[in-house]
Write a protein that binds this ligand. Structure first.
Ligand SMILES: [Zn+2]
Length: 633
């Protein structure tokens, strides 16, 4: 007891020494200091912190001892598990590496030197020798679409397609097994990721599937064969009349549609012949996917377009205690609707029972789409895209597509933030990003401070020094996809050149400017961390930010934007926890936090850099419960 006491006093004294009233960051240090002894009693600490403003440090210390130390000593329960002899990447403020940590229930109860930690053992404590293995905080993916991804291959397995020829082979194969006249639907094969980056033409599609309508769809863009065009009533005289964005590509001589639809795949009404899973089957598939996330170290995800139905799926898994990832939900709102409808959706999210905090399932955000994508040539840029064969852009003035005008964007962002919901918008191009920053800045000027509401930008790919400075000043956070550096860097460099990509995913500049950014995959289809679109292996993402080496290139893509290994780990841990307002609950291995952690097979801080992406997870724990263990063969 005496040893534990002196250990506690040392920890608390240390915190008191750095404490200065009225400085927010240091007050947070103090909160964490006391949480060392209090474990779960976190809210009591918060109150205490408020009292402490203006008091002197020794006085605060005595109050704390009197109020909390005695009950803790009475409880004095030993640790349930102590992990020793490890390289524990704490991701605390000082980026410390510890030897050992102890857990009880769903919390971490101590972190530090092995000798001290062993003293927390009781007769039933399990002591695990990590034999030098590295331990990371549980990894957090800031952007997934798990419910849809989980059932993408429900009907049949879909091969990886890397060339137009492979796309055509797949369609030919489907035509061979499907009854004539049934639709063949291929979704989310991004043409800019093909080695011959272009859409298949109407005539190529006709060649492999003359008797089946074909709908090759990548987000808002699509390619159709002749039968599909006919069934949709799209001919030479067709005009878009719904007032929404988009256009048809046409043969310049004949004006005949060539089958490629830009930003208007919504006009295609295809009957999907693929078999559909029941609710229970979807729930099972989603649980399977969450388990697969665990296998690559992911213990928390943000669903960045949660639907009512998707929320019910997560709830069904939660009700059978099967949720092995913590889920933060950004509720999907259609920004094309009327302001009334948009507000109704936001109120629905704000009054949803899941809006109450629960560390396993929490609806706390709103997500809209602000522009197109960089994979489809429709991201909204400040400067014209430039004529392009890859993206089929013929208009030299074309800048991409912005879906929401400024005053409407301001209104919906303000309404969401005011209703205690984090607002984020899919914003890929530098024009869209600035437009979203403008909306947040207007709220900050005219309505209320936005900093503590952590307004977010999703994707945030093409940036500028100006955008970074304003994000830093306003406290705007961002959810980025590092793997896109690898998958898309080469195509983007070809399209935009060196200068316009200076601020493409500028991790170094963002860290230096203290903009809090998190790493995510935007996983949207298949189960399997490297076979998916987009791949959700976080070690691939970390490696991408450390080397910035695109597929098919020999040198780094803007090497000046490389970040350190520890910073890359931060992207997937504490930074993502901050993005979801949970940095005091998770994201680091510190006393009082949730016992979410991962044991890996190599030293991410010391191993050869080329080995980082191949990191294997040995074990994954969520709330002290082992949810994954690598099977040895
Ligand atoms: Zn997404």
């Amino acid at each position: 007891m005496a040893i534990v006491c002196s250990w506690l006093i040392n920890r608390v004294s240390l915190k008191v020494m750095v404490f200065q009233p009225r400085k927010k960051r240091q007050r947070e240090c103090l909160i964490r200091g006391f949480s060392m002894q209090l474990g779960n009693r976190f809210c009591v600490c918060m109150k205490l912190d408020r009292w402490s403003i203006g008091m002197n440090a020794p006085f605060v210390f005595s109050i704390c001892c009197a109020l909390f130390l005695a009950p803790w000593m009475n409880a004095n329960e030993p640790a349930e598990m102590i992990f020793v002899n490890g390289r524990v990447v704490t991701v605390n403020e000082r980026s410390e590496i510890a030897e050992a940590f102890a857990i009880r229930g769903d919390r971490i109860i101590a972190v530090g030197a092995e000798g001290d930690l062993r003293k927390l053992a009781g007769p039933n404590t399990i002591v695990r020798d990590l034999q030098g293995s590295m331990v990371l905080p549980g990894l957090i993916d800031s952007h997934v679409h798990a419910p849809d991804a989980a059932i993408y291959e429900w009907d049949h397995e879909i091969p990886d397609m890397r060339t137009v020829e492979e796309v055509l082979d797949y369609i030919r194969g489907r035509a061979a097994v499907l009854e004539e006249g049934k639709w063949i639907i291929v979704s989310q094969v991004f043409v800019t990721r093909l080695s011959d980056p272009r859409f298949p033409t109407r005539y190529e599609l006709d060649r492999v599937a003359p008797k089946h309508p074909v709908f090759f769809r990548t987000g808002p863009d699509a390619a159709l064969n002749s039968l599909a065009l006919k069934l949709c009533g799209i001919d030479k005289d067709y005009k878009l009349t719904d007032g929404e964005p988009g256009y048809l590509e046409r043969d310049p001589q004949t004006q005949e549609p060539n089958g490629i639809l830009r930003s208007c795949s919504r006009i295609v009404k295809a009957e999907d012949p693929r078999s559909k899973p029941s609710f229970e089957q979807r729930s099972e598939q989603l649980e399977k996917l969450l388990r697969d996330y665990n296998s690559v170290g992911i213990t928390s995800i943000c669903d960045r377009a949660a639907s009512d139905d998707g929320i019910k799926l997560y709830e069904s898994i939660l009700s059978r205690n099967g949720l092995t990832c913590r889920v933060f939900l950004s509720y999907s709102v259609n920004a094309q609707g009327s302001m009334e409808d948009i507000e109704r959706s936001i109120v629905k999210a704000a009054t949803h029972p899941r809006h109450a905090y629960n560390n396993l399932l929490w609806l706390r955000g709103i997500k809209i789409f602000l522009d197109g994508g960089m994979l489809t040539g429709s991201a909204y840029m400040r400067e014209p895209w430039g004529v392009s064969s890859i993206y089929s852009i013929t208009d030299p003035q074309y800048r991409g597509l912005l879906y929401v005008e400024a005053s409407k964007l301001y209104q919906m962002a303000r309404f969401a933030l005011k209703n205690d919901l984090q607002f984020t918008a899919h914003s890929v191009g530098d024009g869209a990003i600035l437009s979203l920053i403008d909306a947040y800045e207007r709220i900050a000027k005219e309505d209320f401070s936005v900093t503590d509401k952590r307004p977010c930008i999703t994707h945030c790919n093409f940036m500028s020094a100006e955008a970074i400075e304003r994000m830093s000043r306003l406290g705007i956070v961002a959810d980025l996809q590092p793997a896109w550096l690898v998958l898309d860097g080469k195509t983007l460099l070809k399209q935009f050149g060196e200068e316009r990509t200076n601020f493409f995913q500028p991790y170094r500049s963002l860290f230096d400017s203290r903009v809090v950014i998190g790493g995510g995959s935007d996983h949207m289809q298949k189960i399997g961390s490297l076979r998916s679109v987009n791949p959700y292996n976080p070690f691939l993402g970390m490696w991408a930010t450390i080397v910035r080496m695109p597929r098919g290139m020999e040198k780094s893509f803007h090497a000046e934007q490389i970040i350190s290994r520890y910073e890359a780990i931060r992207l997937y841990t504490i930074n993502n926890a901050y993005l979801t307002f949970e940095e005091k609950e998770k994201g680091s291995i510190e006393t009082g936090k949730l016992a979410d952690f991962v044991i890996v097979d190599r030293d991410l801080l010391e191993c050869p850099v080329e080995d980082i992406a191949d990191t294997q997870v040995l074990e994954t724990y969520v709330g002290g419960r082992k949810v994954y263990g690598l099977k040895k063969d």
